[in-house]
Design a protein around this ligand. Structure first.
Ligand code: GDP
Ligand code: MG
Length: 149
């Protein structure tokens, strides 16, 4: 598997998605620090996106990643990604992930999230949610093949 780094607000589903990509049992776990899940996924605390003084930590951590995931929850109205945030990561491939599609009541919110992630620099977008393994399969496929012609 490629080296993956997860970035997104507190509670948007980074740890859960890491567990699903690894095929682990889903269990709640508060991420307190940069944490390696399995051998290939780096889970970052939501504070790192929300507080600018942590941006350097994100940039440094991203050096070892092959792919960066920007996560945004479909039930969230508050954006934490700034436009062209991707420039912090030196042109590495970025996949935007909309989480919690299973509890999204208005597709407009999910679409707004997609636009936010695209403006932040995501190359493509994948939607995931509980009860839907096809989203996870698609994401694994895109992680493996992003950037290939
Ligand atoms: N319904 C639903 N809940 C989710 C999904 N992803 C995460 N959650 C829930 O959202 C909460 C926060 O998830 P967590 O992975 O800890 O977020 P993190 O702070 O970004 O690591 C937990 O209660 C998860 O069960 C999802 O796709 N659908
Ligand atoms: Mg977490």
């Amino acid at each position: 598997m490629k080296k993956i780094m997860m970035i997104g607000k507190i509670g948007c589903g980074k740890t859960t998605l890491s567990q699903r990509l690894l095929g682990e049992d889903i269990r709640y776990q508060k991420t307190q620090a940069i944490q390696v899940m399995g051998t290939d996924i780096v889970d970052t605390p939501g504070e790192y996106l929300e507080l600018k003084q942590y941006y350097n930590a994100l940039t440094v951590t991203a050096v070892d990643a092959d792919v960066i995931l920007f996560l945004f929850s479909a039930i969230d109205e508050q954006n934490a990604f700034s436009p062209r945030m991707s420039s912090m990561f030196g042109g590495k491939p970025i996949i935007g992930v909309i989480t919690k599609m299973d509890i999204c009541e208005s597709y407009e919110l999910a679409k707004a999230g997609q636009e936010i992630l695209k403006m932040a620099g995501a190359w493509e977008i994948v939607e995931v949610g509980f009860g839907d393994d096809t989203g996870i399969e698609k994401l694994l496929d895109r992680i493996e093949h992003i950037g290939e012609k």
